[in-house]
Design a protein around this ligand. Structure first.
Ligand code: HAM
Length: 428
């Protein structure tokens, strides 16, 4: 019997994992440079955490959540997103008691039951940041700058950054009433879900994908025309700060995001050539969420990016090559019986400096070198009878084809010198 992975999920194969690892390393490096510290939360939480924060009327909760009862009958859900769990972590661990700004970041799998297609999966991965403690536009701009820094670093230049606002307690209720009145006049064309949402949560009507509903709401009043001065100024200020940082933004009056917890400024970053699933990530401010989850009233902002989509974009842009993400180490070819001990000793030394893979297969040298090249190794180190007898090794430069016989000590020194030279050249 042969099994297949569940629909909408992906395997991470040895072919793909080096690029994932490279991206994760880069994200950790950049988020560290911006002062963000890593956190992790369980992949399942109490269902209520999501229904109360992401919102019962959202597609994510109403249609896409994997919800199940555990053996004691408690309702749990696989996390469809990370922000709610991070807010729970922050409150449960009293992280905000010390005041100041708290900058957190994460990377991990999320789950949404949706119709799978390129760039949309049932298990997918997000990286993201959440920053707590200040309500000013500078923190929003910082999160977007971090995101764009990551995208530029992986060679993505054709980006579209959009800003919008969902208002706050001062201006949103007024707008909701205006929208509700507008929707009431469309009762005969809206789908059943939109009719319900008109009563319970009219903003969510904008998430509907039914063509008739989309047409009906095309000329609906826009929240941007009904923002209070504070919300408008906040969004404009985020745009100005980004402009100063060299990031151009567009205002998108219909950007309302698909999750209920947002307040004020929201944003998305698109890579248009990905087509239908072009949103690499999105986020925004959620100033009421910490208090709603039992913590002290604390403004906050963050974003998440879809890692599968980032990978698709990197591959389609093609400015990075395998050389950028494959770790180029040494491949140790054992060419005679009894070479394991010397091989082990040399490998242990060299691993101080670079990754080393040892070939124990006993195959001929040609086959071993072929594997070394396939792995993208920088050097092959050959250990045959002569080398063992003389405590030497033959170092083969797989880029130039040159080779030299060296003592074990010389070998390590040479590799360390080579690495220092590479590092100098790359300016690190
Ligand atoms: P979101 O817009 O729902 O926001 O998701 C963020 C990103 O995750 C999307 O732009 C997309 O790249 C990726 N994504 C979402 N669903 C899928 C899927 N089914 N398959 C593949 N990729 C997907 C959030 O999740 C918020 N938590 C963002 C946030 C953080 N807001 C504040 N802080």
């Amino acid at each position: 019997m042969k099994f297949q992975r569940p629909r909408g999920t992906n395997d991470l194969t040895p072919e793909q994992s080096p690029l994932w690892r490279y991206l994760r390393h880069l994200f950790e490096q950049i988020s560290t440079q911006f002062g963000y510290v890593g956190v992790d939360t369980p992949v399942f939480e109490r269902t209520e955490l999501f229904t109360r924060t992401v919102g019962e009327d959202t597609d994510v909760v109403a249609k896409e959540m994997y919800t199940f009862a555990d053996r004691k009958g408690r309702s749990l859900s696989l996390r469809p997103e990370a922000t709610a769990g991070v807010v729970r972590l922050v409150v449960e661990n009293s992280l905000l008691a010390s005041g100041g700004t708290h900058r957190l970041c994460y990377w991990g799998p999320m789950f949404r039951y949706d119709r799978p297609q390129a760039g949309r999966y049932r298990q997918f991965h997000q990286l993201g940041v959440e920053a707590f403690g200040t309500g000013g536009a500078a923190l929003d701009a910082e999160t977007i700058e971090l995101f764009v820094t990551l995208l530029r670093e992986v060679g993505l230049s054709d980006l579209k950054v959009t800003l919008g606002s969902v208002g706050d307690d001062a201006c949103r209720p007024g707008y909701i009433e205006i929208l509700r009145k507008f929707l009431a006049g469309k009762g005969d064309v809206l789908c059943k879900t939109c009719l319900t949402r008109t009563g319970s949560n009219p903003l969510r009507v904008f998430d509907c994908k039914v063509p008739g509903c989309r047409e009906a709401i095309a000329d609906a009043p826009k929240i941007l025309d009904h923002l209070c001065d504070d919300c408008r100024t906040h969004m404009d200020h985020v745009g100005e700060l980004l402009q100063t940082a060299g990031i151009s933004v567009e205002i998108d009056p219909s950007l309302v995001r698909g999750l209920d917890y947002y307040t004020r400024t929201v944003y998305e970053v698109h890579y248009p050539s990905l087509g239908a699933q072009s949103a690499l990530g999105g986020g925004g401010r959620y100033d009421g969420l910490v208090e709603q989850c039992g913590g002290p009233a604390t403004p906050a902002v963050g974003f998440s990016a879809g890692i599968e989509r980032l990978i698709l974009a990197i591959q389609s842009e093609g400015t990075l090559s395998e050389k950028d993400w494959k770790s180029r180490g040494a491949y140790l070819c054992l060419m005679c019986a009894g070479a394991e001990a010397a091989g082990g000793r040399i490998a242990a030394h060299l691993r101080e400096a670079m990754p080393v893979e040892v070939d124990y297969t006993g195959r001929g040298l040609k086959a071993q070198l072929k594997t070394a090249n396939n792995r993208g190794a920088r050097f092959a180190i050959l250990l045959g009878e002569d080398e063992i007898a003389n405590r030497t090794a033959t170092l083969k430069d797989l880029d130039s084809g040159e080779q030299k016989v060296l003592s074990e000590e010389q070998l390590l020194t040479l590799i360390k010198t080579w690495i220092a030279g590479e590092t100098r050249q790359s300016g690190l």
